[in-house]
Design a protein around this ligand. Structure first.
Ligand SMILES: CC(C)(COP(=O)(O)OP(=O)(O)OC[C@H]1O[C@@H](n2cnc3c(N)ncnc32)[C@H](O)[C@@H]1OP(=O)(O)O)[C@@H](O)C(=O)NCCC(=O)NCCS
Length: 241
């Protein structure tokens, strides 16, 4: 283990084969500032699994767990009580917030925030600059922390870049969220959603589009037929052939 640190930490929970590059902050203690709505707390030591590599300037909080064979990018932050499974890739400037849980083989691209308490299923890919949040209350002036309202993302999903996903949403397995989508409602297994607010593409919506196209085609055919056969008198009234 190569460890650059400015103060002593208990590294018994960091595997010998983990690679910690220079300028990584290891075992950061969460702030207990009274100005915070929710004071940080860490119930366990930071742990890092075998062969995981932490790139320079990452910030790893006390209480976080990072599994084996992961890559944590430059300037990424992993907050207290966050759990990252095995073989995950966390991009540059990503923040995995407190209490978030990422299963194995999750990939999160640069600049994305995974909000507190969110759960992400195995094999899910999250694009760049995806916004997530865990609070859907309006009364933020005299804000008092009353617990998170996280969302859940299933397994093998693709979350397109720039998507915004509101709190308290359940996203099924094998879901595709288009780039730039604004997700406001639950998404069933296997669905593709696009747009702001996002709507399901495929299955039901595709069937509607096909039906509309079929109706438009039938109308055009009818107009072509009647154009050749119908007659209009001098007053403009149609006379059937
Ligand atoms: C949603 C997505 C998977 C659809 O891909 P596709 O099945 O190949 O779809 P197409 O490109 O054939 O487009 C089909 C229709 O959807 C529209 N569309 C495609 N992506 C869209 C999006 N993100 N938002 C809104 N509409 C979209 C197209 O304009 C097209 O409309 P049309 O039928 O009226 O012409 C893809 O466009 C996408 O957003 N992928 C995410 C990419 C990404 O962010 N990856 C992360 C990399 S870090």
């Amino acid at each position: 283990m190569r460890l650059a640190r400015a103060y002593p930490v208990d590294d018994r929970h960091i595997h010998d084969t983990a690679v910690i590059h220079p300028y990584v902050v290891v075992d950061m203690i969460p702030s207990a500032s009274p100005s915070l709505a929710r004071a940080g707390h860490a119930e366990r030591l930071l742990s890092i699994g075998p062969r995981t590599e932490i790139m320079p300037f990452a910030l790893l909080y006390r209480g976080a767990h990072i599994g084996s064979d992961c890559l944590i990018g430059n300037h990424a932050t992993v907050r207290e009580q966050a759990t990252i499974g095995d073989r995950c890739i966390i991009g540059q400037y990503v923040c995995i917030s407190y209490d978030a849980e990422l299963a194995d083989e999750v990939r999160v691209q640069n600049g994305t925030l995974i909000a507190d308490g969110w759960k992400v299923g195995r094999g899910t890919f999250i694009g760049v600059n995806v916004s997530t949040m865990s609070d859907r209350r309006r009364d933020v002036v005299d804000y008092e922390f009353k617990g998170s309202c996280p969302s859940v993302i299933g397994e093998r999903c693709l979350i397109g870049s720039g998507a915004v996903i509101l709190p308290g949403i359940t996203i099924g397995n094998d879901v595709v969220i288009g780039a730039g989508a604004l997700v406001t409602k639950d998404i069933p297994d296997g669905a593709t959603v696009l747009g702001q607010p996002s709507r399901v593409m495929g299955t039901e919506q595709q069937a509607q589009m096909i039906a509309q196209r079929a109706m438009a085609q039938a109308l055009a055919n009818y107009q072509n037929i009647t154009r050749d056969t119908d007659q209009w008198d001098g007053s403009g009234a149609r006379q059937r052939a």
